[in-house]
Write a protein that binds this ligand. Sequence first.
Ligand SMILES: NC(=O)C1=CN([C@@H]2O[C@H](COP(=O)(O)OP(=O)(O)OC[C@H]3O[C@@H](n4cnc5c(N)ncnc54)[C@H](OP(=O)(O)O)[C@@H]3O)[C@@H](O)[C@H]2O)C=CC1
Ligand SMILES: C[C@H](O)[C@@H]1OC(=O)[C@H](O)[C@@H]1O
Length: 253
Amino acid sequence: MLLEGKTVLITGGSSGIGAAAAVEAARQGADVAINYIGADAGAHDVVARIEALGRRGVALKGDVAEPDTATAFVGRAADALGRVDVFVSNAGICPFHAFLDMPAATFERTMAVNLHGAFYMVQAAANRMVAQGGGGAIVAVSSISALVGGEYQTHYTPTKAGVHSLMQSAAIALGRYGIRCNSVLPGTILTEINRDDLADTGKRERMAARVPLGRLGEPEDLAGPIVFLASDMARYVTGAALLVDGGAYVNLQ
Ligand SMILES: NC(=O)C1=CN([C@@H]2O[C@H](COP(=O)(O)OP(=O)(O)OC[C@H]3O[C@@H](n4cnc5c(N)ncnc54)[C@H](OP(=O)(O)O)[C@@H]3O)[C@@H](O)[C@H]2O)C=CC1
Ligand SMILES: C[C@H](O)[C@@H]1OC(=O)[C@H](O)[C@@H]1O
């Protein structure tokens, strides 16, 4: 098991990629704490799946856009589970909208959740790891959207580029403490975040058609890469970004 005896904290763990990563971390031997903002039923289901694997699970509600949520989540999770070995910054939103009439509130909320939230959470987790000693691993869920654009994502893609950049700089700042920082860059993964957008069958088929592996992703497709980067198997990997997109990015023609 890749994470035996470790404790893993994941933001946005109540659904989609975060939920899949939480359950896989438990399957790989970790106790897991998840943060979420509203989906009590989803969070409780993930905790039940963690406990069914014989591990401890904790769900803590809070808005990652609020700086205090970060210290509260890391502190309460560490109190419950003992320490913080792995931190996965995953919570995010993508309210699709055209550029020219993008409401300021939509732009600012997307920045606050996706980028500011990641910063506060990673900072709080890193401070805990430094204080407890022994190093650690941080994995941030960025996106293929850190590298390419989207017409209805002009507020969103900069946040994903920012998260990718945050991991690069944090890798330098935290290397001396033995804390590794990496990002995963998912392609299009079928989750709640894009359920409405991909209800457009034409768009969904066009998106799938550009994937060399022939399908859009499932949340479980991210679980292995996240666990790998979190594990000691990746002990000399830091500041790296791992595309998990079925080959979509390289498919120019
Ligand atoms: N799906 C995709 O195609 C891709 C997704 N990503 C990224 O993956 C990450 C996870 O998204 P995905 O699994 O797809 O989407 P989901 O909508 O399924 O999951 C989003 C998670 O984030 C939580 N969340 C949202 N806002 C907040 C907040 N303010 N504070 C705390 N938690 C919050 C949600 O909690 P709750 O359930 O309580 O609302 C939920 O647990 C995001 O960062 C996204 O940008 C990257 C590339 C592609
Ligand atoms: C939510 C989108 O479908 C998804 O988000 C990303 O980051 C990917 O690039 C997809 O566009």
